[in-house]
Design a protein around this ligand. Sequence first.
Ligand code: ADP
Ligand code: MG
Length: 438
Amino acid sequence: MDCNNTLANLSKQLKSSNDAVIIELQDGFSFKHQGIYNFERFISFFDWTITDKRVLIDMTHCYGANYQALSLIVLYAWKLKSQRCTVTFKESEATQGASEMFRSLGGRGTFTVMMHEHLNFKGSNYKPLFALRNNTDFKKIIESAESYTDDFNVEFTKTLRYVLSELLYNTREHGQSHYQYGKKTCTLPSLCQFSWYKNKSEVSFIIADNGIGIKAHLEQAYPGQENHAEAILKAMKPKVSGTFGTNDPYRDKNNAGIGLFLSTNIIRRLNAEMHIISGDAVVHISPRDITSKKLNSFWPGTFVLVTIKVDKGAAEHSLEEMLRGFREEALLEQNKADTNEQKEQLYVNISNYFGFFAEDKEAAISFKEDKIFPALDSGKKILLDFKGIESSPHSFLSALLASPIKSTGMRAYKIFKIVNATPDIRETVDFIMDENTE
Ligand SMILES: Nc1ncnc2c1ncn2[C@@H]1O[C@H](COP(=O)(O)OP(=O)(O)O)[C@@H](O)[C@H]1O
Ligand SMILES: [Mg+2]
């Protein structure tokens, strides 16, 4: 474990009395550490468990920071406030460092903006920060992005706007979160911030929310996602959407389920990269490859960080042409996908069939005969989802799985897939697997 981290935690504890917590922004508050992206380190900063406390966020010891990273402090403060904390910021008067950057963002308006739906941040024009709650906010963000990109070529501006709006739609449509304020149900806004780093010829923007996250959202339509990383990767596929054709006024009907597919492909075509963080996973999209990683800490909701090199000399990519190409690809991929996975798999939500205490052996036996064997006979895979199940006895699991596993032999490891199992359950199932595949 990082020894600085331990020290910081210790001093946090020492300084906090019963109902007060001091959170110190570490110097170099950024997604990068020593020049390399390190979301593990960044996300571990956030403690989401604090409720009903006085919280002081101390920025005075943070001399260098990143604007997109710092803007997440606003979202964090909102989240704490929604957990009935009283949050104050401690700033230094210094004309550099996190305190000054926070002021440039308009961070002093954090709670005014939270409480007034018609107000937004009043920071510097060069460091635009926005709360996103309604159409007016949406328009403001797009307008600001456009005035910002005056210098860039037309196609680049259009492309940027396209990706930005897909991500804004997503956070509005899928990333909303609510909290109780007295008797009222209020919406916790999403957040958007962008910066134009002239010296690096780079544009960066972040879109962040504290919603239910991609995995939970996607599971409305595709239950039993194995983990957050898989869910993000799945959401990036064409025609994959967590909404079941809800009638949403913001949805371009032809575009359902294809927003992330198109945006991530555009990113890969440009000299750009994207990080999608949701739950405990980060997916990195770059022209070279797409990689995913599980983190030890988590972000409750989703944020997307985009960084694009503005290469003025480069040939213009026409947005229309790019989109046409990607749509054709999407169709091809879609046709392939249609014929496999969903249709070739039996999805078994254990708690639906057997309740939260999955222990009825008789029920397991009839389920096996009625569902599992017929599915295996028709060549299907079996996806067992143990979501919500605390424990399940060996005899139940064995009654359900032993003979089906035996009947498939070594192929069992490919055919049977277990998700959302507690370590206990997983161990038992692994044991039954081993026993029956020898
Ligand atoms: N900010 C977000 N919060 C929660 N889920 C999200 C978010 N962004 C994307 N998703 C998930 O990813 C899916 C795919 O997104 P997208 O490709 O844009 O398609 P669409 O928005 O049309 O559903 C969404 O349907 C949703 O399940
Ligand atoms: Mg979308």
